[in-house]
Ligand binder design. Structure first.
Ligand code: ADP
Length: 239
């Protein structure tokens, strides 16, 4: 078994909250309302995974499975500049896969295996958003079981990639800003129990005052629950 690797989020406080950065061989889920910073974190990570280990990266490449057309190369450029990386080289190491529906999304995740077998050093797979297609396609109580089963299958594929190639999986999950649904067990109100079982780390993002963001680690198997504050700037995620 290979050593677990970690990818910096750009924020020391957030890295510390989750035990030193986003872990390989694990699925990290960020959930929160629209605009809470889920995609921003994803954009940060496709850059930081490319950093050398002494700067918080894994010298690796990234796959970005984009389900809602959220990927912005201009944003990657800003973040790459902040780390003084060459933008062309950075973009070459990001494989963007647009997923048009949930079956396509499942297929794209399976294809990551082929990409790695072709020799790409993929150490990070982003799925932004994990849940949007599934929610849109499986509507109503009667399709809930099928939705959960399909989502589980997809997460299983992702976990296999994580284990086989010592890669980190980072998925986003948009939820409504309904505090009543969050208190107690947040994810129960969100994707049912599906993500609760599959994700190793779950981070709840909230908007704070003056453009700040609050991250709360929930239900972690071996880390204490806690919160931290970070900022989204032109340079990306910072303390
Ligand atoms: P979501 O959780 O819906 O994926 P995003 O990650 O797209 O949300 O976050 C969007 C928010 O990030 C914007 O509303 C803005 O507050 C902030 N943001 C995006 N780019 C910048 C930037 N260059 N500087 C400061 N804040 C930014």
């Amino acid at each position: 078994r290979k050593d677990i690797g970690r990818i910096t989020t750009g924020s020391k406080a957030l890295d510390e909250l989750i035990g030193g950065g986003i872990e390989t061989q694990a699925i990290t889920e960020v959930f929160g309302e629209y605009g809470s910073g889920k995609s921003q974190l994803a954009h940060e990570l496709v850059v930081t995974v490319q950093l050398p280990e002494d700067r918080g990266g894994l010298n690796g490449e990234a796959v970005f499975i984009d389900t809602e057309n959220t990927f912005r190369p201009e944003r990657v450029e800003q973040i790459a500049n902040a780390f003084e990386l060459n933008i062309e080289e950075v973009m070459e190491k990001i494989y963007i896969a647009r997923a048009f529906n949930s079956s396509h999304q499942i297929l794209m995740a399976e294809k990551v295996n082929e990409l790695i077998q072709e020799g790409k050093d993929i150490r990070l797979v982003i799925v932004d958003s994990l849940t949007s297609h599934f929610r849109a396609e499986y509507v109503g109580r009667e399709s809930l079981a099928t939705r959960q089963q399909k989502l589980n299958q997809h997460l299983h594929t992702l976990q296999n990639i994580a284990n086989t190639y010592n890669a980190a999986i980072f998925v986003t999950n948009q939820v409504q800003a309904r505090p009543d649904a969050f208190f107690g067990s947040p994810t129960k109100a969100i994707g049912g129990h599906v993500l609760g079982h599959a994700a190793t780390y779950r981070i709840w993002l909230k908007k704070g005052l003056a453009g700040k963001r609050i991250a709360r680690l929930v239900d972690s198997p071996h880390l204490p629950e806690g919160e931290c504050v970070f900022k989204i700037t032109n340079d990306g995620i910072v303390d």
